[in-house]
Design a protein around this ligand. Sequence first.
Ligand SMILES: [Zn+2]
Length: 202
Amino acid sequence: MKAHSRNEFGRIVFQLHARKARKLLALARIGGPLPRLSKEWREEKIDELQDLVERAHLPELKRWVRRNAELEEVRFKGRSAKDSKAFEVRDRVLKRRGKRRHVVYVSFRNKKCLKVGKSNRGLGRITSQVDAYYFRDATRVRVYFPMHHRKRFLPALECALTHLCRPYHLYKWPESKSYLRQCPACKDMKLVRKLVKKLFPA
Ligand SMILES: [Zn+2]
């Protein structure tokens, strides 16, 4: 973890401690009256700590993706019609890479990631979502091809790219169980939640 994140992490843990010991601190009038340690506030702090832990894993995940997947990027020109972008992606990938069964796709509107998705049934999964905003509004789509065809590899790639791109369209994190052994970022993020709940009951 980088120095700035480390300090931030420590500051949040201190805030948690201070709320837990608020009555004790109040006796000495240290820090002014503190509110109770509520579940909602604790949830916010868990989010913040998880973000810091996730960020610390990104360089390693980035290297892992680079080593284990090939990439094809399709950028849309001004003339691309909204309702043909998903087909443009399919056609470009077919032309340059041939038929692919396992893919993870990531759509962006400028720098903002709209969606990370996967398919183990080829590129039809992309064209079937031609009307989704994350293809219609995209300015570019990246398609990743895993270099291994082990069954668990595809969710692993999706999980890593979800951490790296933080899509706007995030309903749930991919199952970390299926990330080879376990995704290192998901594992630590879960541990943060478990430890905070145990140490700071609310
Ligand atoms: Zn993960």
